[in-house]
Design a protein around this ligand. Structure first.
Ligand code: C5P
Length: 405
């Protein structure tokens, strides 16, 4: 699978602010994602970071002024505007946002924005007070109404010492946000239900049986399904992850709670993707007080009962969605996954190897997709890239089924 932005021509505008230095990393990330990058710095941005830095990283000449005769003789500003498939401004300062909202063309970057027909995305970065100011917010309303996409800003500690909203998103997040806007809308109009994370099965008020699932794969799938146009509900076990924008999240703790949350929603879903590492067993009863050691040598036997198999139950519903399971295995991945596909009556299973150095608690992964009648390997990639491929695959299989019906 090629990168999300492969071959895309991105005109990156960098405006003046301390976050301009992050623009350098952004160029690298864009190129890693397969994009061609040309950089335009405002005069103020060039006070923070030199054009040479961006030239070296982008592999292309950098423009800073409308009045550069040699540049205008080569790739003039109108050519540059025609060249771009996407215009991305990061960081976008309060001043630049104001000038864009006014439609000004008093220097190269704003002139390019007026002269360019490509979609415009901005990643704002400024002091939290400036971000919250009514003037800035009014300018953003204007820009959004014109179709400008606004990425972030993030919340946190700022270069000036303030804490609040106005931080530039991390370069990786900006690349993901741009890639999301380019995702094909293959699940438009569908409702997708996703489970993610571990479940915690309480033993007593302080102890539980859990597992090492971080929830990252499920959250990435929920985001990829949203980007593909689906209306997404994410049923999440106890995880330490923020909810992707535009997704309905239902928090649960135990397998039984996850079971109730899923079964209440499954009949209304078109696709169910079961990424959660659901605990197979739970203590037969939860002690109301903390269990105590009695003496030095005695052990403790926990009585466990089986949890409901949420995935199998959804697959057994009379009006069932398209059902996708996961199989995390330490060995014989394909054989176990195939058996699970058949036993649980699934439409598709995504199998991966877990254990030392792979699977849980990582940002990348590899998957083997198996469905009745086919298989496909998805090589090691970021969980978001894999999630996009999986979503594309689901859409393809559903479409093929629709065509066959
Ligand atoms: O049988 P096994 O637990 O390996 O199956 C894994 C798949 O089944 C995953 O998709 C997981 O989310 C789902 N599952 C479930 N409920 C359970 C156990 C597993 O939905 N109680």
């Amino acid at each position: 699978m090629s990168h999300a932005l492969a071959g895309l021509r991105v005109l990156l505008g960098v405006s003046g602010g301390i976050a301009a230095y992050k623009g350098a990393e952004l160029v690298r990330r864009l190129r890693d994602a397969g994009a061609q990058v040309r950089v335009v710095l405002t005069e103020n941005a060039a006070r923070f970071v030199t054009p040479l830095t961006f030239q070296a990283l982008s592999g292309n000449p950098v423009r800073t002024s409308l009045w550069d005769e040699s540049a205008e003789a080569a790739m003039g500003h109108i050519e540059l505007a025609r060249w771009a498939d996407e215009v991305l401004i990061a960081p976008a300062s309060a001043d630049l946002i104001a000038r864009l909202a006014q439609g000004q063309a008093d220097e190269l970057l704003t002139t390019l924005c007026l002269a360019c027909a490509a979609p415009l995305s901005i990643a704002p970065a400024m002091n939290q007070q400036m971000w919250a100011h009514a003037a800035t917010q009014a300018n953003l309303v204007t820009l959004r109404a014109r179709g400008v996409r606004v990425f972030g800003p993030g919340v946190g500690e700022q270069a000036c010492g303030d804490v609040g909203s106005g931080r530039l998103l991390e370069p990786g997040e900006i690349v993901e946000a741009l890639a999301a806007t380019r995702a094909p809308r293959v699940l438009a109009g569908t409702r997708v239900l996703v489970t993610a994370g571990p479940t915690f099965e309480d033993i007593d008020p302080v102890r539980f049986i859990g597992n090492r699932s971080s929830g990252r794969m499920g959250f990435a799938i929920a985001a990829a399904a949203r980007d593909a146009g689906a209306q997404v509900t994410l049923v999440a076990g106890p995880v330490n992850l923020s909810t992707p924008a535009g997704i309905e999240r239902v928090d649960v703790r135990s397998a039984q709670q996850m079971h109730a949350a899923v079964l209440a929603r499954a009949a209304g879903a078109d696709v169910f993707i079961s990424t959660a590492a659901v605990g197979d067993f739970r203590p037969a009863s939860v002690a109301s007080q903390k269990l105590k050691k009695t003496d030095r040598n005695s052990g403790l036997t926990l009585d466990l009962v089986q949890n409901p198999d949420i995935l199998a139950e959804v697959a057994d519903l009379p009006q069932r969605p398209f059902v996708v399971g996961f199989a995390a295995e330490t060995h014989d991945v394909e054989a176990y996954a195939r058996a699970k596909l058949e036993r649980k009556n699934l439409d598709l299973i995504a199998a991966n190897q877990v254990g030392e150095g792979c699977g849980f608690e990582r940002d990348d992964n590899a998957l083997l997709l198996i469905w009745p009648g086919g298989r496909q390997e998805l090589a090691t990639a970021s969980k978001l890239t894999l999630a996009r491929d999986l979503v594309a695959h689901i859409a393809h299989l559903r479409a093929a089924r629709g065509a066959a019906a």
